[in-house]
Write a protein that binds this ligand. Structure first.
Ligand SMILES: [Zn+2]
Length: 223
């Protein structure tokens, strides 16, 4: 049986948002989508980009996977590359202007990697997927056993950095960035606080956005 929760939610959507935006949906169906922004986010149910950015239908092209990772460009014929295919679609077919890699606090994928959590193993899908961040984890230096949460938080930010670096291994992305037709951004969502940080491309640091009074101190409470 189809879940009642979904039937109820769909009814609300039909009489609420769909009714309110009927013309927009009709227009999008007729003319096709042309989102300007692509978001690469985590599958985490608490970190829905459309909700966080209050997006209307047709505004965001979203691809989600465990821990918002972009694999490096790897045009081989042996592996299925879902994220790379979505990226190609967004950049080459839809010609998005921005790509945002959206990391977040309390990421289960990062935790699985950090804890090497049972029943996950390097042979499982998630173990193999998360092994991509091993170089980023190694670059963080030795772990402080007294501060596991702090280390995982650093790794969450490092996963965003890694995805941004890997995006630049795609020739189409590199070319469009060089021509100023595509911009890459890093962001981080603190679930409990609702705070959004955006990466400053000049310094590489993540700073609060959308706040009336940006505060460095607030960063400490982000997660
Ligand atoms: Zn996550």
């Amino acid at each position: 049986m189809f879940p009642d929760r979904l039937v109820e939610g769909y009814r609300d959507f039909l009489t609420g948002r769909f009714a309110d935006e009927r013309a927009r949906y009709a227009d999008l169906a007729e003319t096709g989508q042309s989102p300007q922004i692509m978001v690469i986010g985590c599958v985490d149910s608490r970190v829905s980009p459309e909700v966080i950015f209050n997006a209307a239908p047709g505004e965001l092209l979203v691809v989600r996977n465990v821990a918002n990772l972009v694999p490096a460009y790897e045009p081989d014929g042996d592996t299925q590359h879902g994220t790379s295919a979505a990226l190609e679609f967004g950049v080459q077919a839809l010609k998005v202007k921005h790509i945002v890699v959206l990391g977040h606090a309390r990421c289960g994928g990062i935790r699985a990697f950090a804890d090497e959590a049972s029943p996950l193993s390097p042979g499982d899908f998630i173990g193999r997927w998360m092994s991509q961040i091993a170089p980023a984890a190694a670059a963080l230096g030795p772990r402080d056993p007294q501060d596991e949460v702090g280390w995982r938080t650093k790794l969450e930010f490092a996963s965003v950095e890694l995805s941004l670096e890997n995006l630049m291994t795609f020739p189409c992305v590199r070319t469009l960035v060089a021509r100023g037709r595509l911009a890459l951004h890093g962001a981080y969502f603190g679930i409990a606080s609702g705070r959004l940080l955006a990466r400053d491309p000049r310094t590489g640091s993540f700073e609060p956005v959308g706040q009336s009074v940006p505060s460095r101190r607030a960063l400490l409470h982000c997660v």
